[in-house]
Design a protein around this ligand. Structure first.
Ligand code: 13P
Ligand code: 13P
Ligand code: MG
Ligand code: MG
Length: 367
């Protein structure tokens, strides 16, 4: 059976600051999807990570389906109404357009979708990150699919011997989707030179070269490209199919043990270590740290199993401590040098206005 899995997420308001959506807000989104999704969806799950609420859906309408996107948009509109009623912070934050127009892409919410012929056994992982941007997935997608240090299956499993094909998007290009496709292992170094710059080049999808099957998709929208100013982080979602022709679930999770540094955290403008957290985790220290959650599921005839929380396991407690230590280490130097996001990211904040003002006061000293 050919199914589509769609993950669409947005921040439409949160309690206490940018911490967590209210229960009522999540209920409003859930009720809308339950009622209005009946004729559209096979199944759905609602979850939240930090202040973002995600709608995970299965259906047979393919990717970029107008009705599916409208369902999610309208659910977030319902959530916004509750956020306003409750005086939540950032009510409607990620709904950047007044009216829905065909597709949530370019309108604020983040989305990623994959259509595929269901395997008899179909495990996958739904990742959601808060206080960071889509480039946060570059490192784990590179290492999880292309590096035998993490993906031992590249050495051990004949199903993956052909390698993978990455589609990478230039997210600074705003006229349309500017993409490149690279095959690993042959073009591993070409892939590496792009992915090392996660604010510019972002993994959009990964396919198995042996079967052509879609293996991973990442939401790649950039809020500041849409709004023209800083409106919050892009807090990405990703879907990864696992096992057989794809890395095992554990191989995909393995790179997260690095707690790699990402751009995000407070005002989306700092460098902190990405902390793998349990689903539903809240945001705290310095409007962060940047977090990632991982829901493990199987799907059959479009029906989801229960979710298992893949970072709710004692191993990850040590990694959470490591992430805390790495974050504190760089936070020690505040806004200086490498502790703050690169200038292109800050261009959308007050820093640039200040520099413009100061620029007028600079003088060139005569000999
Ligand atoms: P299966 O042989 O059950 O697919 O598991 C592969 C594996 O060992 C993952 O690490
Ligand atoms: P969100 O993008 O998660 O709303 O975070 C905004 C922010 O910058 C908090 O400091
Ligand atoms: Mg927010
Ligand atoms: Mg958020």
């Amino acid at each position: 059976m050919k199914i589509t899995i769609s993950a669409i997420k947005a921040d439409v308001g949160s309690v206490g600051g940018h911490q967590i959506p209210s229960q009522k807000l999540v209920e409003a989104i859930t009720n809308h999807v339950k009622d209005e999704g009946q004729r559209l969806l096979i199944d759905f799950k609602i979850s939240h990570s930090g202040d973002d609420t995600a709608i995970l859906m299965s259906h047979t309408r393919g990717v970029d389906n107008k009705d599916i996107h409208k369902l999610a948009w309208d659910a977030f509109v319902e959530g916004t109404k509750v956020a306003k009623e409750q005086g939540l912070y950032g009510a409607g934050q990620d709904l950047l357009k007044d009216a829905f127009s065909g597709n949530v892409r370019g309108m604020g919410p983040g989305s990623c979708e994959m259509e595929f012929e269901e395997r008899p056994n179909e495990p996958f992982i739904f990742f959601a990150a808060d206080k960071t941007d889509p480039g946060a997935f570059n490192y784990p997608m590179y290492r999880g699919f292309a590096d035998p240090f993490h993906n031992a299956g590249l050495l051990l499993a004949p199903d993956m011997a052909g390698g993978f094909e990455y589609t990478v998007m230039d997210v600074n290009y705003t006229e349309g989707d500017r993409v490149i496709t690279l095959k690993v292992p042959e073009e591993l170094y070409e892939l590496a030179v792009l992915l090392r710059d996660p604010e510019h080049y972002v993994v959009e999808s990964v396919r198995s070269r042996a079967t052509g099957d879609i293996g991973a998709v990442v939401s790649t929208s950039r809020l500041h490209n849409i709004a023209g100013k800083y409106t919050g982080k892009d807090d990405p979602v990703a879907l990864v199919r696992t096992q057989k022709q794809f890395p095992s679930s554990g191989e995909i999770l393995s790179p997260y043990a690095t707690a790699h540094y990402v751009v995000g955290d407070n005002r989306g403008s700092h460098i902190v270590a990405l902390m793998p957290c349990k689903q539903g985790s809240i945001i705290s220290f310095f409007d962060g740290p940047a977090i990632v959650t991982a829901a493990g599921l199987c799907v059959h005839n479009g029906k989801f199993t229960e979710i298992v929380d893949l970072f709710d396991q004692p191993f990850w407690d040590v990694i959470r401590n490591k992430a805390t230590e790495k974050t504190l280490a760089i936070r020690d130097q505040g806004f200086f040098g490498a502790a703050m996001a690169p200038m292109e990211e800050l261009e959308y904040t007050g820093v640039v206005q200040r520099i413009k003002e100061l620029d007028k006061k600079f003088t060139i000293r005569k000999e």
